[in-house]
Design a protein around this ligand. Structure first.
Ligand code: LFR
Length: 537
C-alpha cells in the first residue's frame, strides 16, 4: 500500500518539533525530523515569543523532510494556547507576540474585573477567567497602545500565524480560539458581549474555521525554496491540548471511554473480554490470564506493556491528562459545563476536534521542573529530564508538598529556591538536593492530578475509571506511578507525542486519506502504551 506522509509541527512552550507522520492505511508512524528549543525573549517592555525564529525552525524542518525525497501531502501546526500576534495591513507581524507569562496583566486586573466580572466571563465563554486569557491580553494591549486600533488589521493566534505564513490564508481555527475567553461558550463565533465589554473590535478577528480545515497550498515561493512540492496547509486542532486529545487512545484501553461523546465510532467493543474496573484486570489479546502475575503491586504499581494494546471492559468514563509544560486534566463532554461548581473548581471548557467540548483543569505542569533544570544547568550542570526523573526516583517519597499553581511559581526564575521557600513558609521539611526537590514537585503534581480527577468526576457526574496520561510527561514512569496512586485509577500512559499524533490523524482525515472513525484501531496498532494500576480502593 502506498504510504501517505504529513508533517505535524508541535510547538510547546519550551520546545518545538517537526514530526514526519507516515500512514500506510494500517498504522501511523511518527519520526522526529527536527527538534528545537523555544526560548522566550526578555526585552524592554516584557516577555515575548521569538515568532520569526520559530518560523525559521518550521521551514528548516520542512526542508529536512523534503530532502528525503518522498512526497509530503500536508503540514499542520499546533501550539500552546492563548497567545497571538498583531498583524499589520500588509500581513506583517507588527512585533513579537507577548508571552502569556509576561507581567503586564497585573496592571489591568482591577479594570478588567469591572468591565467583565469573572463569573460572567465564564458564563459567556465557558473559559475560566485566567489572567493569561487572550481576551484579557488583547484588552491590556489596546489599553496600553490604543494606536493598535489603527495599526493592526488582525490578531492571529500562534498556530494561525504560522499557518498564515505558510499558506497566505488568514483564519482563526476554532480549537485554539476557544482557549482564549473570546468564543461564545460551545459556539463557533466570538461572543459579541465579551468583545463589546472589553472594547475589542470584531473586525480584528479572522474568519473562524473548524478544526480540520484545509487552508490552501504551501506558498509557491516556499515550495520553490524548499523543493517540496505543493503540500497543503491544514489547520488541524491547532491547540496542542485539543490535538493531543484527538490522539487519546480511548478504546485501546477502556471500553466506555470519554470518546463516546464523539460518537461510538471511536470505540471498538471489548469483545470477549473479562476484565472489570473492580479488579483492574486486563486481558491480553492472546487470552492470557489477567491480573495474576502482572508486574506491579498495589504499593508500587508498575507498567504493563504487554497488556497495553488490549481493551478491558472497564465501566465508566476515561479522563485524560495532557502532560507537558502544563498538565491539563479533563474529560470530553457534549456541551460546555457552566455550573457554579465547575466555575468554583476552576474548570474551563474548550473546543474539541469534530465538535464537542473538553472540560479541563489547567494545572501547572512540568514547567516547575523545566525551570529547575534551566536554573541548575545555567550553573554549569548538564542535567537531562531523564536525569532529573532518575534522581527523583532515587530520592524516595517526599514529606513536603507545594501548590503547583501558587502564583510565585508562574514567572521564570530561580525555581529551586522558590520551592524551598514555599516549604519554609508552610512549615514543611525543606528539600535538599536535586533529587529531593524534584520528588517534592512530582508528588505535588500527582496530588494535584488526584484532586482534579475527583473534581471532574463529581462535577460531570460520570464515574472516571481510567486516566490516559499523554504527552511528554507520560515518559516519566515515576510520575505515571504516582498518578495511578494518587488518582486511585488505572493510568494508561502514551502516546508521548500525542499532539503530533492527533495533528497527523486530523490532517490525514481532512485530506481524505484516513477515516477518523477508525482512529482507535489505528492508535492501538501504532503506539505502545503502558499501564499503571493503583492500589485497590
Ligand atoms: C498547554 C496549553 C494549555 C494552555 C496553556 C497556556 O500547552 O496549551 O492548554 O492553557 O498551554 O497557553
Amino acid at each position: 500500500p502506498s504510504v501517505k506522509r504529513v508533517l505535524a509541527v508541535d510547538l510547546g512552550a519550551s520546545s518545538g518539533r517537526v514530526m514526519l507522520a507516515c500512514y500506510d492505511g494500517f498504522k501511523l508512524e511518527l519520526r522526529e525530523i527536527h527538534r528545537f528549543d523555544n526560548v522566550p525573549i526578555e526585552s524592554v517592555g516584557g516577555l515575548y515569543w521569538d515568532a520569526d525564529g520559530l518560523f525559521a525552525e518550521i521551514v528548516a524542518g520542512i526542508r529536512l523532510a523534503a530532502a528525503e525525497g518522498h512526497p509530503i501531502l500536508g503540514i499542520g501546526v499546533d501550539t500552546w494556547g492563548v497567545d497571538y500576534g498583531w498583524i499589520g495591513p500588509g500581513g506583517e507581524l507588527l512585533r513579537p507576540p507577548h508571552h502569556y507569562r509576561d507581567a503586564r496583566m497585573a496592571r489591568h486586573a482591577a479594570k478588567l474585573v469591572r468591565r467583565l466580572p469573572p463569573r460572567e466571563q465564564f458564563e459567556l465563554t465557558g473559559n475560566q477567567p485566567n489572567a493569561i486569557n487572550t481576551a484579557y491580553q488583547l484588552f491590556a494591549d489596546l489599553e496600553q497602545e490604543p494606536q493598535l486600533r489603527e495599526l493592526a488589521a488582525h490578531f492571529l493566534m500562534m498556530p494561525d500565524l504560522f499557518h498564515y505564513r505558510l499558506s497566505g490564508v488568514m483564519a482563526a481555527e476554532r480549537s485554539i480560539l476557544s482557549t482564549g475567553g473570546l468564543l461564545a461558550a460551545g459556539g463557533s463565533e466570538p461572543s459579541a458581549e465579551v468583545l463589546a465589554r472589553l472594547g475589542i473590535p470584531a473586525a480584528l478577528l479572522a474568519p473562524v474555521v473548524p478544526a480540520g480545515t484545509v487552508l490552501g497550498e504551501l506558498r509557491p515561493d516556499l515550495q520553490a525554496q524548499l523543493c517540496c512540492g505543493p503540500l497543503r496547509v491544514v489547520a488541524g486542532a491547532s491547540h496542542d491540548t485539543a490535538s493531543a486529545v484527538a490522539a487519546v487512545p480511548y478504546g485501546c484501553g477502556d471500553a466506555a471511554a470519554g470518546g463516546a461523546d464523539r460518537g461510538a465510532a471511536g470505540l471498538s467493543p471489548a469483545a470477549g473480554m473479562t476484565g472489570t474496573a473492580e479488579n483492574g484486570a486486563i486481558d491480553s489479546a492472546a487470552g492470557l490470564s489477567p491480573a495474576a502475575g502482572m508486574a506491579g503491586s498495589p504499593q508500587n504499581p508498575a507498567p504493563d506493556s504487554a497488556a497495553a494494546q488490549t481493551q478491558p471492559a472497564s465501566r465508566g468514563a476515561a479522563a485524560f491528562i495532557s502532560c507537558g509544560t502544563w498538565s491539563i486534566a479533563g474529560i470530553e463532554t457534549p456541551q460546555p459545563v457552566l455550573s457554579d461548581a465547575a466555575y468554583e473548581c476552576g474548570l474551563t471548557n474548550e473546543a474539541c476536534y469534530g465538535g464537542g467540548s473538553r472540560l479541563l483543569k489547567n494545572i501547572t505542569g512540568l514547567w516547575l521542573l523545566q525551570e529547575c533544570r534551566r536554573h541548575w544547568n545555567a550553573g554549569g550542570e548538564a542535567l537531562s529530564h531523564g536525569d532529573l526523573a532518575a534522581l527523583a526516583e532515587a530520592a524516595g517519597p517526599a514529606d513536603s508538598r507545594i501548590d503547583p499553581d501558587d502564583p510565585r511559581f508562574a514567572a521564570p526564575g530561580d525555581m529551586p529556591e522558590r520551592v524551598r521557600q514555599f516549604c519554609r513558609d508552610t512549615g514543611q521539611p525543606v528539600p535538599g538536593d536535586h533529587g529531593e526537590l524534584a520528588r517534592v514537585v512530582l508528588e505535588s503534581l500527582a496530588d494535584a492530578y488526584g484532586r482534579a480527577i475527583d473534581e471532574l468526576e463529581s462535577i460531570s457526574g460520570r464515574r472516571i475509571a481510567a486516566v490516559h496520561l499523554v504527552g511528554g510527561g507520560s515518559r516519566n514512569r515515576l510520575l505515571c506511578r504516582l498518578t495511578a496512586e494518587r488518582t486511585g485509577r488505572e493510568v494508561i500512559a502514551g502516546p508521548v507525542e500525542a499532539s503530533a499524533a492527533g495533528s497527523a490523524l486530523i490532517q490525514l482525515a481532512a485530506l481524505g486519506e484516513l477515516d477518523f472513525g477508525r482512529r482507535a484501531e489505528i492508535l492501538g496498532r501504532s503506539f505502545a502504551l503502558e499501564r499503571y494500576r493503583p492500589a485497590a480502593r
